[in-house]
Design a protein around this ligand. Sequence first.
Ligand SMILES: [Zn+2]
Length: 195
Amino acid sequence: MKGLLLLFLPILLFSCIEASLSNETIKPETNPYDSIFVARPEFVADQFDFPVGKPNAKGYYNAQGFKENNHLGDDWNGTGGGNTDLGDPIYSIANGYVAQAANEGGGWGNVIRIIHKMPDGSYMESLYAHCDSMLIEKGRLIKRGEQIATIGNADGAYYAHLHLEIRTTVDMPLGGGYSTNTTGFVDPTWFIKNH
Ligand SMILES: [Zn+2]
């Protein structure tokens, strides 16, 4: 009996944690993107890959991970260093809908935001910043691994790199890329490896 309890307790705890996490995301029936994905279910995000050196980030490294210096995402750089990765392709990490492809100025530069409907009906958002060129437009449906942009430096603000965020709440304000409050964000590397 004790053995059984030890076996099921972690499952029970995990279920509770998962239930509380999903409460933070927008309910499918109230999500403005639901009609898009109901009409085109082949664009539901069934699997996630890394956004550079697809599918496993070969030739790239994460120079600043999630929560490092209060960072809200990952900073992907080419292993060659400096600006050797300037102009390299950036791929959509999963199937989804392009909610934004626009220049935000300041430290952001060109920003692409993609909405992902998960198989369980919840929604996620991936955000790609400092892009050199953007190859897609707002309002498009996209497949995992499709090239969406090239790696840039936000008009010379940094050495070229890709700032990638994965958000559990869609359509939040852009924010500042750094915060001690990580509500609505997940560790991109952890999330991609687990999906
Ligand atoms: Zn960054």
